[in-house]
Design a protein around this ligand. Structure first.
Ligand SMILES: [Zn+2]
Length: 70
């Protein structure tokens, strides 16, 4: 099992969207048991658009901040 897991939450309402984890040496977003490098959708709780991919620097920085807090 991966050691470091970062929970990705909706930036508006805080609903958990997925978990960021190392999978076979690569950072992957895991949603409902599916490891993905790209994820796009809408939060079912508040309607905010959600877009995640490996190349998104702003989100990567957000994730790094979360790692430092935990
Ligand atoms: Zn939301």
């Amino acid at each position: 099992m991966p050691e470091e897991i970062v929970i990705i939450e909706c930036q508006k309402c805080g609903q958990e969207i997925g978990r960021l984890s190392e999978f076979r040496g690569r950072q992957m977003l895991i949603v409902n048991g599916i490891a993905t490098t790209f994820w796009r959708g809408v939060c079912v709780h508040c309607g905010r658009e959600f877009h995640w991919d490996m190349g998104t620097k702003a989100l990567a920085e957000l994730i790094n901040n979360r790692e430092q807090k935990e």
